[in-house]
Design a protein around this ligand. Structure first.
Ligand code: PEP
Length: 252
């Protein structure tokens, strides 16, 4: 069976109210209805997960979370465990988004612990990797990305690695309006795929490697036409349902 593309909308800390989040979820369901060939996912802020999950109920749109704590419970004020997310109907969880790494100081080891915890709690982790502009200019993109992959997937069995989603998100393209060109993105996706093949053999072809960084309706089709780009992780453009629907159609 051909691998299905996945288009995920990371709402980040938006929208500001529950009512707007529910309305956006309902609008996404409408805007993506009928796109049966593509897996669609929305990733709202944690306090809205329950209500957005209810708004998605009965639709093909899946629910994701933006973060989790590696432990199952304990004295971690403000944190959320994977088992709690799972019980809310969450299926996917972002791990190591560059905003978490840069703004909240998440170390590669912590990101790896989160990926492992997600698998333990029956969530599909979306491991985000990507270089800064400085690192690209220094010519160390591949080294940085493969280092993040290695640490993010450390200690996992082959079969578990194969059930992970990877998102290549060049930091310089996130929220800047400046996307990687399809050729730039494909070159890194190929490096990622080759590395995965060394870890899991032919299962590397089943793994989904998403591109993220200023994906919008105008550039989605050309990015996702590249052979190693299996979908998109969309930030800003996922807050507008019609545009997000257009990106999903571009993936199909
Ligand atoms: C993101 O937050 O993962 C992202 C890719 O954001 P944007 O699409 O806004 O660049």
């Amino acid at each position: 069976m051909a691998k299905r593309k996945l288009v995920a909308g990371n709402w980040k800390m938006n929208p500001p109210t529950l009512g707007k989040a529910e309305a956006l979820a309902r609008a996404v369901v409408e805007a993506t209805r009928g796109d049966a060939a593509v897996d669609v996912l929305v990733i709202p802020p944690a306090p809205f997960l329950g209500a957005v999950g209810a708004a998605l109920h009965g639709s093909a749109v899946a629910l994701g979370a933006q973060n989790l704590h590696p432990d199952r419970g304990g004295a971690y004020t403000g944190e959320v465990a994977g088992s709690m997310l799972h019980d809310l109907g969450v299926r996917y969880v972002l791990c190591g988004h560059s905003e978490r790494r840069q703004l909240f100081g998440e170390s590669p080891a912590l990101v790896g612990a989160k990926v492992a915890a997600a698998h333990r709690d029956r969530l599909v982790p979306i491991l985000c990797v990507g270089e800064t502009l400085d690192e690209r200019d220094q010519g160390v993109t591949d080294t940085v990305v493969l280092g993040q992959l290695e640490q993010g997937l450390a200690g996992l069995d082959t079969a578990v690695i194969a059930e992970t989603v990877i998102a290549y998100e060049p930091v310089w393209a996130i929220g800047t309006g400046r996307n990687a060109t399809p050729e730039q993105a494909q070159a890194v996706h190929r490096v990622i795929r080759d590395w995965l093949r060394r870890q899991v053999g032919d299962l590397a072809d089943e793994l989904r490697v998403l591109y993220g960084g200023s994906v919008k309706p105008a550039n989605a089709a050309e990015l996702m036409a590249e052979p190693d780009i299996d979908g998109a992780l969309v930030g800003g453009a996922s807050l507008e349902a019609a545009g997000f629907g257009a990106i999903v159609r571009a993936a199909g």
